[in-house]
Design a protein around this ligand. Structure first.
Ligand code: MG
Length: 161
């Protein structure tokens, strides 16, 4: 059976932190606040993957009260989530959209695709990374932070007898 999961995340900008999006360091005047590296794009992807498999969410799997996940790379969290779901499911496709007035993702898009694909064990052709502005509206429009939404498609692995 084919199953689809949806993931969403948002993080607030803060000064004095590096901005990491899709596992790629993006030069910018601010970073995102969070317990891990606050990679909002990867957090949406992780929740989409977990959601497709009905295996909970990023907050229950990697609680922000756990010192092991302090400042951790979200690529590590994605690989852990993929390892968990791969026991029963095969990931087929990921599509993620970043909502940001700035920075522009264009120059980093292909590198992000490659990072997500590698962590998810997918060919790069099966990973889509997009970005849009929020047309100046809401918290993204006011440049208070960033948001991301993702879908993931998975298939059941045939059960062994
Ligand atoms: Mg998050």
């Amino acid at each position: 059976m084919t199953r689809t999961g949806w993931g969403y995340d948002s993080h607030r900008f803060i000064k004095g932190r590096r901005l990491v999006l899709g596992g790629v360091l993006v030069p910018f005047e601010k970073g995102l606040k969070g317990h891990s590296d606050a990679d909002v794009l990867l957090h949406a992807v992780i929740d989409a993957v977990l959601g497709a498999c009905a295996l909970g969410d990023i907050g229950t799997l990697f609680p922000d009260t756990d010192p092991r996940f302090k400042d951790v790379s979200s690529l590590f969290l994605l690989r852990e989530a993929v390892r968990l779901v791969s026991k029963r499911f095969s990931i087929r496709h990921i599509d993620v959209t970043l909502l940001a007035e700035a920075p522009r993702l264009g120059p980093y898009r292909q590198r992000i695709r490659a990072k997500v694909a590698r962590a998810a064990g997918l060919p790069v052709e099966d990973v889509s990374v997009k970005a849009k502005t929020n047309e100046g509206m809401g918290f993204v429009g006011r440049r208070e932070g960033l948001a991301a939404a993702a879908v993931a498609t998975v298939e059941d692995r045939p059960r062994r007898r």
